[in-house]
Ligand binder design. Structure first.
Ligand SMILES: *[C@@H]1O[C@H](CO)[C@@H](O)[C@H](O)[C@H]1NC(C)=O
Ligand SMILES: *[C@@H]1O[C@H](CO)[C@@H](O)[C@H](O)[C@H]1NC(C)=O
Length: 502
C-alpha cells in the first residue's frame, strides 16, 4: 500500500462514524507526453475523457492539485475542459535516471467532491548530450608498458535515459591505442608498444554517442605523455560504495571513507582522491578529503528533495594514473515536515436554514514526509456543531452536525488541527471563520399579550394613549419591526381614523 493509501485508512480509523456523502474516486486518466512541451500545449481533454460536458467542468470548479510540489505543471481550461501545460516539465530534473517518469495529478471537482487521479507519463526526449567531466584528460604512461595493458578513462554521462543515453564510444584512429568498452568501463588498450624516443606525446580523441534521433555526442581529448618509469594504477577496495545518512544531518558529518591502494612505491604509489562525475545539483552537497578519501556532508540534504545520491569518485597516483568507483548514498527520512492544512473551498456565510449534514467546506491535509511521518490525523479542536469527515484520499469535508441558529450563535471560529505519526509528532492547525447568514425565521413578539389604556373623554386629538413594543431577534430588515393598527370596532362602528400609530 502506498503512502497515500495508508494516510486514507488511518484517517478512517479515527473517524469510525462515517457519514456517506456522495464523493467518488473514479478510474484514472492517463496521458503520455514528451518532456519540454510548450506552455499552453494541450495534453488532452479531461471533460471528454470523463464523459462530462465542458460546462460541468466549469460549474464544478475543476482544478489540478499536485501533491508535494509548489509547481503547477498543468491546469484545466474551464472553457473547454482541456488539460494544458502551464509550466516547463523537464524529465531529468523530475525523475533523474529513473526509467519511468510519472507525474501524478489530482483532478478535483466540487459539488459533490470528486477526485480523479491523472497520470502523466513523461517521455524522454534527447535534450542532453553525452558529456565527459573534463575536456582534456592528462595521462602518463610508461614506455615499458606492454601490449594489451589497459588504461581506464572515466565514462561519459548523459542526463537522458534509454536509447537517448550514451550508447557507444569511438576513438579516433591512431597508431597506439584501441578502445575497449565493457558495460560502463571505458578502457584504452595498448596495441603497439610506445617508444618515448620516437614520440613522447600522443593526442587521442574519444567520442561518446547517444542513440537518440537526432544523435548527440560529446568528446574528450586524451593527452598521453610517455614516461620511462614503471607504474601501477591505484585500485579501489570496492567498485561501488554504499552509505546511509539521515536528512538534516549537520554539515561536516562523515558519510563514508573510500580507499584505493597502489602497488608502486614513492610518489608513484601516493594516492589522491577526487570526485568523478557529480551532477550539477549535487556538487555542493558533499566534499571529499583529497588525501584520506573521506567523504563528508557540506550542504543540506532534504529527503523530500533527493532520497538518494550517486557520485563518481576517482583515485589518482603521483604519476596521474587513475581509477574510478561509485558511491551511492541513501538518505533516510526524518519527521521534519508538519502537516499542512489548506482550505480548498468554503461556503461563507452559510444560511442558518441549512439542514444538519450539509457540506460547508473542503479541507486538504498534506505532509511531505514519508511512511509513518506522513500519516496524519485531523480533527476539530473544540465542541462545535461541525465535524470533519474523511473524504477522498487526504481530503476532508467540513459538515454541520446540528441545525444552526444565527440568533444564538452568529459566527464560529473552527480550529482544525492535524498531527502526524512521526516521533516526535508534528502538528499544525488552522482556524476557519464561518458566519451564519440570517433567515427571517422569527416573527416579532410583543412584550405583553395585551395592553390596556384609559382615556378621558373630550381629550385633545394627538395625545398619547399608550405605547407598545415588539421585538424581533432577526438581522437588519428581518428584525426591524413596523407597527400598524388593524381596523377594530367601537359600538359596532369602525374606529378607523380615531387612533393613529406614531
Ligand atoms: C473569531 O476570531 C476573531 C479574530 O480572532 C474574533 O474577533 C472573533 O471574536 C472570534 N469569534 C468567535 C465566535 O469566537
Ligand atoms: C433576511 O432573510 C432572508 C430570507 O428569509 C434572507 O434572504 C436575507 O438575506 C435576510 N436579510 C438580512 C439582512 O440578513
Amino acid at each position: 500500500m502506498g503512502p497515500q493509501g495508508s494516510l486514507l485508512c488511518f484517517c478512517f480509523f479515527y473517524f469510525p462514524v462515517f457519514v456517506v456523502i456522495p464523493n467518488v474516486v473514479h478510474g484514472d486518466l492517463s496521458y503520455s507526453i514528451p518532456e519540454e512541451m510548450n506552455r499552453g500545449s494541450v495534453v488532452g481533454n479531461v471533460a471528454k475523457d470523463l464523459g462530462m460536458e465542458s460546462t460541468t467542468i466549469s460549474s464544478r470548479k475543476a482544478r489540478v492539485d499536485i501533491e508535494g510540489t509548489q509547481k503547477q505543471y498543468c491546469e484545466v481550461n474551464l472553457n473547454n475542459g482541456d488539460l494544458v501545460i502551464s509550466e516547463r516539465i523537464d524529465r531529468e530534473s523530475l525523475c533523474g535516471k529513473r526509467p519511468s517518469c510519472v507525474l501524478k495529478l489530482d483532478l478535483v471537482l466540487e459539488n459533490p467532491l470528486e477526485l480523479h487521479r491523472v497520470n502523466l507519463h513523461i517521455q524522454d526526449i534527447n535534450d542532453n548530450s553525452p558529456k565527459f567531466k573534463k575536456n582534456l584528460i592528462e595521462m602518463e604512461i610508461s614506455e615499458s608498458a606492454s601490449k594489451g595493458n589497459r588504461f581506464s578513462v572515466e565514462e561519459a554521462h548523459d542526463g537522458d535515459i534509454g536509447q537517448n543515453a550514451v550508447q557507444r564510444y569511438t576513438l579516433q584512429k591512431n597508431d597506439y591505442f584501441i578502445l575497449a568498452v565493457e558495460k560502463n568501463r571505458v578502457e584504452l588498450v595498448l596495441g603497439n608498444t610506445l617508444d618515448r624516443e620516437n614520440q613522447k606525446e600522443i593526442n587521442l580523441l574519444l567520442t561518446a554517442l547517444d542513440g537518440g534521433s537526432p544523435q548527440r555526442s560529446g568528446t574528450v581529448v586524451i593527452h598521453v605523455t610517455v614516461l620511462d618509469a614503471n607504474d601501477n594504477a591505484p585500485v579501489f577496495s570496492q567498485a561501488v560504495y554504499k552509505a546511509t545518512i539521515p536528512e538534516n544531518a549537520p554539515p561536516g558529518t562523515v558519510v563514508i571513507d573510500i580507499s584505493a591502494t597502489d602497488a608502486d612505491e614513492g610518489v608513484n604509489g601516493e594516492v589522491t582522491y577526487d570526485f568523478g562525475h557529480v551532477s550539477e545539483v549535487d556538487i555542493n552537497v558533499f566534499s571529499i578529503n583529497h588525501e584520506t578519501g573521506g567523504i563528508s556532508l557540506k550542504g543540506v540534504i532534504d529527503f523530500e528533495e533527493t532520497s538518494s545520491f550517486e557520485i563518481g569518485v576517482e583515485a589518482k597516483d603521483g604519476l596521474g594514473l587513475t581509477s574510478y568507483a561509485k558511491v551511492i548514498i541513501d538518505v533516510t527520512d526524518v519527521n521534519d515536515n508538519a502537516p499542512v492544512i489548506s482550505v480548498k473551498s468554503l461556503n461563507n456565510p452559510i444560511p442558518e436554514s441549512m439542514s444538519p449534514g450539509t457540506e460547508v467546506g473542503i479541507i486538504n491535509v498534506q505532509d511531505r514526509d514519508s511512511e509513518k511521518n506522513r500519516q496524519v490525523r485531523c480533527y476539530i479542536q473544540h465542541e462545535l456543531p461541525f465535524k470533519l469527515v474523511p473524504s477522498i484520499k487526504n481530503y476532508y469535508s467540513l459538515i454541520t452536525t446540528e441545525q444552526l441558529d444565527r440568533e444564538l450563535v452568529s459566527d464560529y471560529n473552527i480550529t482544525i488541527s492535524a498531527t502526524d505519526e512521526g516521533s516526535p509528532p508534528l502538528s499544525s492547525s488552522k482556524t476557519v471563520h464561518l458566519s451564519v447568514a440570517d433567515i427571517n425565521d422569527n416573527p416579532p413578539v410583543f412584550e405583553e399579550q395585551s395592553y390596556s389604556a384609559y382615556v378621558t373623554e373630550n381629550n385633545k386629538p394627538g395625545s398619547t394613549l399608550c405605547s407598545v413594543t415588539a421585538r424581533d431577534p432577526d438581522w437588519r430588515q428581518n428584525g426591524t419591526v413596523i407597527y400598524s393598527l388593524l381596523p377594530g370596532e367601537v359600538n359596532g362602528a369602525s374606529n378607523f381614523g380615531l387612533f393613529v400609530e406614531e
